[in-house]
Design a binder for this molecule. Structure first.
Ligand SMILES: [Zn+2]
Ligand SMILES: [Zn+2]
Length: 287
């Protein structure tokens, strides 16, 4: 057995035994990044397995296409399976790399360079898909200026608005001009006793797109920050599953559903974090 394969088996074991905790995912990412720099055929073969395990299905398929021996029946079969996943999923559901505090800081800097204002209740709206980037730029309906990032999540207004820039959301201008909101004020947790906070959430914060009616969680007397879509694997990798399950919102049956959720599956979980105590909570719905 070659060195790469040996190392992979060890990392895979750690990943399975810890059910994919933060350290095991981080170790797999470090291994992946090391293998990606090597030209060695054996390293590339193992890299296919690493991609597959982390659900980079498109990368796994494309690499196996390059290096796989098509006269080998096992390889052909695997190519077939990976092709289906690659076409349906791409790399879209790859397990995210747990970020270090340094990486988080870099991320913040990148966002402000792009002209993304700070949204208290939605800190990474590019990662969550609430905004998309446009190389050529589009014209914001509200201010008429060209923007290279535009809003894609729900905006509830009578007029049909095509493009909004982040600045018009943050300033409240879009909400005012179109008498619109980004989150339904009936679809929120109770317990926030401050109309300024409600105003910021529904009129000045980008929303998110759920399968059904979006719902915003609250904790410690304030609305939570929305972090994005997750399944149980992502919650384990972030080390937050136990916290999420410790929530009077969910009964035993619902907790079981959270334990079985798959990101992008029929039952989708949406992750939030309390801005005050740091606790993580989810909302969930069905397609
Ligand atoms: Zn604008
Ligand atoms: Zn809290």
């Amino acid at each position: 057995m070659n060195e790469y394969l040996k190392q992979y088996i060890e990392l895979q074991k750690q990943f399975r035994e810890t059910k994919g905790d933060q350290d095991s995912v981080r170790a797999l990412y470090a291994f992946k990044e090391k293998l990606e720099l090597l030209e060695d055929k054996q390293a590339k073969e193992v890299l296919v397995d690493v991609y597959d395990l982390l659900d980079f299905k498109k990368d796994a398929y494309e690499l196996l296409c390059q290096i796989g021996n098509r006269s080998d029946k096992k390889t052909l079969k695997r190519l077939g399976t990976l092709k289906d996943y690659a076409e349906n999923w791409g790399n879209h559901y790859a397990l995210p790399k747990p970020k270090t505090p340094k990486e988080k800081q870099k991320e913040k800097e990148r966002q402000s360079q792009l002209g993304m204002p700070t949204f208290r209740y939605h800190p990474n709206p590019l990662d969550t898909g609430a905004f998309e980037k446009s190389k050529e730029g589009v014209v914001c309906d509200c201010c008429g200026k060209i923007t290279h990032i535009y809003y894609t999540a729900p905006f509830f207004s009578v007029e049909n608005i095509e493009y909004l820039c982040p600045e018009c959301i943050a300033s409240g201008e879009a909400g005012r001009k179109y008498n619109g909101s980004f989150q339904d004020d009936f679809s929120l947790d109770d317990g926030v006793d401050d109309s300024e906070k409600l105003d910021e959430l529904i009129h000045r914060t980008p929303g998110y797109s759920g399968w059904q009616q979006e719902y915003w969680r609250a904790h410690c007397g304030d609305y939570c920050a929305y972090l994005g879509k997750v399944g149980v694997r992502e919650m384990r990798a972030l080390g937050v599953l136990e916290e999420v399950l410790d929530d009077p919102m969910w009964d035993d049956e619902q907790k079981e559903m959270i334990r079985e959720s798959v990101n992008g599956g029929h039952l989708q979980c949406y992750l939030f974090r309390c801005l005050h105590c740091g606790k993580h909570l989810v909302w969930m719905d069905f397609d």
